[in-house]
Design a protein around this ligand. Sequence first.
Ligand SMILES: C[S@@+](CC[C@H](N)C(=O)[O-])C[C@H]1O[C@@H](n2cnc3c(N)ncnc32)[C@H](O)[C@@H]1O
Length: 278
Amino acid sequence: MDKRIFNKQIIIKNYSIENSITYDNDINKNFLYGKETKNFVKKITLNEKDKIIADIGSGTGYVFEILTKKYRKKEMNLFGIEPANGMLKIARKKIKDNRVKFVKGRFEKISLKNNSVDKIISTLALHWADSIDNGLKELKRIIKPNGSINILMIEKNDGKEFKKIVFKVMKKFLNHKQIFNAANLINRITKKELMFKFQKYFDLRNEYTLVIKNKRKKIYGTPEQHIKWWKARSFQMISEVKDKELFINTLKNELNKYKKKKGIVFDLSLLEINLLRK
Ligand SMILES: C[S@@+](CC[C@H](N)C(=O)[O-])C[C@H]1O[C@@H](n2cnc3c(N)ncnc32)[C@H](O)[C@@H]1O
């Protein structure tokens, strides 16, 4: 089987089972990536013309939870596109708003018509796509000529120092090949590389304005906080570890060794992408 397809199945399987169990927990929602997601979505404004909105990789529905509350009376149709059944199930149960529909799909195959979407949103999902290029091609296909895009994703160096601790623990449980495969589950891209990719699919000279911001921050947390978000978002990294509980305890002990006065530091590096019609 093609390596990327195999990897894809691991990501989606994990988001269906292990990750979805812990995803909506308060620590994951309010700490680190969860907190950054909320801040990013709160900055998004919908115009009068924004009637059809799509959230790609919608997970348990963070984006629409915020938007439906902010725009209680606005007439609009919101489509959450998500490949993992576990995440879809939670989102459908949680958001009871008849403007919202959660549909199975993924970046590479979005189940929406050509030129049909006014605004595309995506938070912390594009780096999981099996190909960013194919994802962007699909966004170009579904966006209306006057549409706009708001994406939040991780940057190449996100968590570089923190992940060294994680890989140190992984080495105790997995061989080189398994670690290599785990590291390759995620697309790691710089701002410049992403700019080039957008340029391939969107006419930035004549039609669209693209702004990509690299947001860097140091986030301090307790081992418990870090373990919580890690379990919700990165469990697929240890799909080949036999004793997952032992792995988590070992990781917690290792993180404790790096604890400073303010806590354990995570070196966050995110890309905030905004594409607008000129
Ligand atoms: C970190 S979660 C983010 C979920 C949600 N957007 C949020 O901010 O809470 C990543 C999501 O991307 C989904 N995902 C994985 N591969 C994907 C793909 N190829 N296309 C779209 N979504 C994908 C996962 O199933 C998961 O729900």
